[in-house]
Design a protein around this ligand. Structure first.
Ligand SMILES: O=C(O)CCC(=O)C(=O)O
Ligand SMILES: [Fe+2]
Length: 383
């Protein structure tokens, strides 16, 4: 009952907050302003790893392809006023374990189709798990930067691709990212010492407990998503190689005091299976829906969940991986910690057969996750 009341209170808070926010008018770059040569060019890949299926994906770059290009180049998407009354869906996980589970599964499915984002509440993760992790977060950011070398793995994008992307971004005068990030790669939270051993001693225990809890919520959601799609409960997990090891970004966003041309995190999609994230109470995360940036307002006690590109490919576009960004607050700092469920590089990403039809032709060629990542960026680098 208490949980239910907290849930109702949280919902009304979101409704109230959802109507008020006004975004600072940052510069705009609409799809119409993208270089014209993108529009009529063939997009094919010169990469040997692209299999024969690519032939079916040749053709002029369509409006819908611009989204992928914009994502990979991190070009700010159109910035429009918020549409009043829109809210990110809230999923009550305790209901997933009740006799109402099928209703919640449908709700998750709708959220993944319409938003690609939702809040998960009543997840049963004790408050101390979050408190201990925030304490460890504060301590790890206090370490001298030189000491990070042993555990911060840097950007998740392969270095050669990253360099080329950065050159392109420079040319497109994107906003500078204004934040500090520590990235951890291939953590297996079941292996308490193993994969976290390179992190400082004070970080290991809280991190393992925290990441295990978030990853397990992620697993529960993958099961619900699979069932809602009418496939085996473990379909998405198996298809992505089980996702036992996770990646994580610990972000610290500084305030944007002078309204300068910076953005906390430029518009992007998550190139992975599923993201489960905690944010503090500052706000600034936004998701693009029908060319409008919608605030993912802080909802106390919630986890923010979003669909990654792997799920979009497995569901042949039914579940959406959507653009999102972080706008710095004018006065406050912001902190977030994400738990990224990532496919293993050799898992073969293919669509669920009944989601492919004449009306919904295949969106992606078959390939391993490693080639999927490569092709994702290779497409952008063509332009
Ligand atoms: O800080 C946030 O809320 C979003 C982080 C994010 O989108 C990412 O790391 O991919
Ligand atoms: Fe993201």
């Amino acid at each position: 009952m208490e949980k239910l009341q907290a849930c109702i209170a949280a919902r009304s808070e979101v409704r109230l907050l959802g109507l008020q926010a006004k975004l600072p008018q940052r510069g705009k770059l609409t799809s119409k302003q993208l270089p014209v040569r993108m529009m009529g060019q063939e997009y094919t890949s010169s990469t040997a790893s692209y299999n024969q299926d690519i032939a079916r994906f040749k053709g002029p770059v369509k409006e819908s392809d611009l989204d992928a290009v914009r994502t990979a180049l991190a070009i700010p998407a159109p910035s429009e006023p918020l549409k009043e009354g829109w809210e990110i869906p809230i999923v009550d996980l305790s209901q997933l374990r009740s006799s109402q589970f099928h209703l919640v599964r449908d709700q998750i499915s709708r959220a993944c189709q319409e938003w690609g984002f939702f809040y998960a509440i009543n997840h049963d993760i004790p408050c101390e798990v979050f408190d201990d992790m925030w304490e460890a977060y504060n301590l790890i950011f206090k370490l001298p930067v030189q000491e990070r070398g042993s555990f911060d793995c840097g950007p998740f994008i392969p270095p050669d691709i990253l360099q080329k992307l950065n050159e392109k971004k420079e040319a497109l005068k994107k906003y500078a990212d204004s934040r500090d990030t520590i990235r951890l790669r291939d953590l297996n939270p079941d292996d308490n010492e193993g994969t976290v051993a390179s992190t400082p001693q004070f970080f290991r225990r809280p991190a393992c407990t925290f990441y295990k809890a978030l990853r397990d919520v992620g697993f529960e959601l993958l099961s619900a998503m699979s069932q809602s799609l009418g496939v085996e409960v473990d379909h998405i997990r198996r298809a992505t190689g089980n996702n036992e090891a996770i990646n994580s970004s610990l972000h610290f966003y500084s305030p944007n005091h002078d309204g300068s041309k910076t953005m906390g995190l430029n518009p992007h999609k998550d190139i992975l299976t599923l993201t489960v994230l905690v944010q503090d109470e500052t706000g600034g995360l936004q998701v693009l829906k029908e060319d409008k940036w919608i605030d993912v307002k802080p909802l106390p006690g919630s986890l923010v969940v979003n669909v990654g590109e792997a799920i979009q490919a497995i569901t042949n576009g039914k579940f959406k991986s959507v653009l999102h960004r972080v706008v710095n607050h004018p006065e406050k700092t912001r902190s977030s910690i994400s738990c990224f469920l990532i496919p293993t590089p050799d898992s073969v990403i293919e669509p669920i057969p009944h989601l492919v039809s004449e009306e919904s032709p295949r969106l992606y060629p078959n390939g391993t996750w490693a080639s999927f990542v490569h092709n994702h960026y290779a497409l952008a680098l063509k332009f």
